[in-house]
Design a protein. Structure first.
Length: 397
């Protein structure tokens, strides 16, 4: 295990990384172009996540700069106790040690995940997808430059250039110590990691997020939140399902307005039996579609009888990521938010805010749909475990 670096050293590396990203901006974008040209898949959301442009580089720079400005998450006293025998007891945050992140397509994760791990005193092993190899290797080279220029071992950030077979072998019998694994990608990747891993795994799971339009909804807010929910179809915080209360005033007029706005944004609209009959959209072929995360220009609209029915449906079908209620009724909002079992719950706001930066964390390693040890965006302050420090002068029990 690497010896914990001083907070000054960690921050200096992060700030140097920000400078190098700016300096090498055009080189990163040019190298990423090679990855984009080589991508032969037909997954539009993966292609979207693969792309690095000026805005994406700006986000990378902002991420490491913000991390450098944040307090040290290691060594924070969470609990203290003076034993009657005079021992002083502290519980403090501590680094995990080594974190492995396995991810697809997103070169910005190579900046953000490594930055969060490094600032929280962890060594990070990065296992990116083959589709983003050139971009990832370029970014890792910049990490190594920032580390070397600050007289720090390049071991802190390591890229694993493994194929699927080598990855499986490493998960089953790691050739070095690994304390935590975070798979960040599709359901197949997550299932693969859970099947083969021999250490704790935090699942950055699927989205399949719901918006429930209550009968006391502000219709303009409902339209804005749903349309915004489809503004980035490759995001895990995108909206896939809309539940509309059967007693929404002028329901058909509202649904028709919503459908025409979605279609204007090139979104394919599916409906349950009621919505498809009343509003002339394609009917769903099977109830299993309620489980699906689309990551596509597609949305499913259904009618629901009450807030309780919406809660039950969301808890059955959603990915445990995000859900939103649109209502002017505070009591109904409270009922919904307390009983829907998703990592983030919203009242009159878009699910697109489930993101470390947007929720004030500055960035995220992943968005956990697990309940241990952290739920939702995993930021800097969550990538730590804890340790007991007990000071005595000869006490025995």
């Amino acid at each position: 295990m690497n010896t914990l670096l001083s907070i000054e050293k960690r921050n200096a590396v992060l700030l140097r990384m920000a400078e190098l990203l700016e300096q090498e901006r055009s080189a990163i974008i040019a190298i990423n172009k090679k990855d984009l040209e080589a991508y032969k898949g037909d997954d539009i959301s993966m292609f979207d996540r693969l792309k690095v442009d000026d805005a994406k580089v700006d986000e990378m720079i902002k991420s490491v700069t913000h991390l450098a400005s944040q307090d040290d998450p290691v060594g924070v006293v969470r609990f203290s106790f003076k034993h009657h025998n005079g021992m002083q007891v502290y519980n403090k945050t501590a680094s995990f040690g080594t974190v492995l992140i396995i991810y697809e397509s997103r070169p910005d994760v190579t900046v953000e995940a490594a930055g969060i791990a490094f600032k929280s005193g962890n060594k990070i092993l990065l296992k990116g997808g083959k589709e983003s190899l050139n971009s990832n290797l370029k970014i890792v080279a910049l990490w190594h430059q920032a580390l070397k220029e600050n007289a720090t071992s390049t071991d802190w950030v390591e890229y694993l250039e493994f194929n699927r077979t080598e990855t499986q072998a490493f998960l089953e019998k790691p050739t070095q110590n690994v304390d935590l694994i975070v798979p960040r990608g599709g359901e197949r990747l997550i299932a693969f990691v859970k099947q083969h891993a021999t250490c704790p795994v935090i699942v950055s799971g699927r989205g399949n997020n719901f918006v429930y339009v209550h009968k006391a909804a502000d219709i303009n807010i409902a339209l804005d939140v749903i349309i915004n929910g489809k503004s980035k179809i490759s995001a895990c915080n995108a909206v896939d399902k809309v539940l509309i209360d059967k007693d929404v005033p002028n329901k058909n007029e509202f649904v028709n307005t919503l459908i025409s706005k979605l279609k204007a944004s090139k979104i394919e609209v599916l409906g349950d039996n009621t919505i498809s009959k009343e509003n002339g959209v394609e009917a769903l072929q099977s109830d299993n579609i309620w489980y699906e995360e689309f990551l596509d220009y597609k949305i499913l609209i259904g009618e629901i009888s009450s807030t309780q029915a919406a809660i039950t449906k969301i808890n059955k079908y959603s990915g445990g990521h995000s859900s939103s209620i649109i209502t002017t009724n505070e009591a109904e909002a409270k009922l919904f938010m307390e009983n829907v079992d998703t990592a983030a719950v919203y009242h009159n706001a878009s699910t697109r805010f489930t993101d470390g930066g947007q929720l004030g964390l500055g960035g995220e390693l992943a968005i956990s749909t697990d309940k241990l040890h952290q739920r939702g965006p995993i930021g800097l302050q969550h990538l730590v475990t804890n340790k007991w420090y007990v000071h005595g002068n000869g006490q025995i029990r």
